[in-house]
Design a protein around this ligand. Structure first.
Ligand code: VTB
Ligand code: MG
Ligand code: MG
Length: 332
């Protein structure tokens, strides 16, 4: 006896659209991968944005970009407030970073990805493109084991205790920026290790979910707020803990944030404040990296690797794509 699959209205986002998101990030990744190593961040970003917008507009959604491209990358934006989709479907929030790690792509260095999230309307934090203080650890620890407002020393000691190891067996991931000099020194003083990355803290936060594979127990420091929301979406699916606080250090930033609904500029957001509802996050590798393989161009076939996280069930899927159409016709 055959049993049809019944999809409840509320499941549309998670079930039907999961595969559609894969198409979106795949296309963005392939478009920007054609410009890997060309030293042109803007061109690579533009290619990813154009491809992502084109694919998003084919989807049966009534979408609003709540986390979009900002001034920092000086990229042509999939801007905050932009409407995407063909309107023939559910109202959803969209968060995008079409090319996360533009510099990594321009230099053909490991770790650039095309990434986006989709969630029920009104459930992703609508944040301006400012900096965010972040802390993240993977699953399996008691709630509140680390805290954004505790010192790095206290956090490392607490995490080491919870993991049943010594502080010198803890490894932290931090963006390699002068602003982190004190943080890095404080971590090292405890005996813990610091892995520095030049860009790519969405993947950096995700690394904390598999310490045995990645060697990373905790993410710490200041990165971009949009990447914080995308990372929180992924972490929601796998489990783990994350906190973030927007850095609204000028009147201009505070009023921009206020217009987007941020009434308390000092609010400490936890993972569920950053990404509340059912959320799907998809990421495709652009350059080869520890999280995902990059795009490979063959004569007949282009290959991609994508990971999709779905919070409703905690399902994580890895999708190896072989693309013959766009290899043949040199489409993006
Ligand atoms: C980080 C990093 C990103 O922006 O979020 C960073 O993970 C923060 O800004 O890949 P700065 O580069 O100004 O420090 C990126 O580098 C680019 O989106
Ligand atoms: Mg970007
Ligand atoms: Mg980015």
């Amino acid at each position: 006896m055959s049993q049809g699959i019944t999809v409840q209205p509320g499941q549309i986002i998670e079930r039907i659209l999961t595969m559609e998101l894969v198409r979106v990030t795949e296309r963005a990744a392939v478009a920007s991968a054609r410009l890997r190593g060309r030293g042109n961040e803007k061109a690579a970003d533009q290619a990813a944005v154009d491809a992502m917008r084109r694919e998003l507009n084919k989807l049966p959604i009534d979408g609003t970009v709540v986390i979009g491209e900002g001034e920092r990358d000086e990229a042509p934006m999939l801007f905050i407030g932009e409407k995407v989709g063909n309107k023939q479907g559910p109202k959803v929030d969209i968060a995008v970073d079409p090319l996360e790690g533009t510099t990594l792509c321009a230099k053909d260095m490991p770790g650039s990805i095309a990434v986006m999230a989709m969630a029920e309307a009104g459930t992703l934090l609508a944040a301006p493109d400012v900096y965010m203080h972040k802390i993240a650890v993977g699953p399996g620890y008691p709630a509140g084991v680390v805290d954004l407002d505790a010192s790095p020393e206290d956090n490392i000691h607490a995490l080491a205790k919870a993991k049943g190891v010594k502080p010198n067996e803890i490894n932290c991931l931090v963006l390699d920026r002068p602003r982190h000099a004190e943080l890095i020194a404080a971590i090292r003083k405890t005996g813990a290790g610091v892995r520095l990355i030049s860009d790519g803290d969405v993947a950096g936060v995700i690394f904390t979910t598999k310490p045995a594979d990645t060697g990373i127990d905790m993410y710490l420091g200041i990165g971009a707020a949009p990447e914080g929301v995308l990372a929180a979406g992924a972490l929601r699916c796998i489990g783990g803990q994350m906190q973030g606080r927007l850095i609204l250090d000028t009147e201009e930033k505070r009023s921009r944030a206020f217009q987007m609904g941020v009434t308390d500029p000092n609010k400490k957001y936890d993972m569920k404040d950053l990404a509340r509802g059912d959320v799907i996050v998809a990421a495709t590798g652009v350059t080869d990296g520890a999280l995902l393989k990059g795009v490979h161009f063959g004569k007949e076939v282009i290959t991609t690797e994508t990971v999709v996280y779905r919070s409703a069930t905690g399902t994580v899927r890895r999708i190896h794509g072989e693309h013959r159409e766009f290899a043949k016709f040199h489409l993006e």
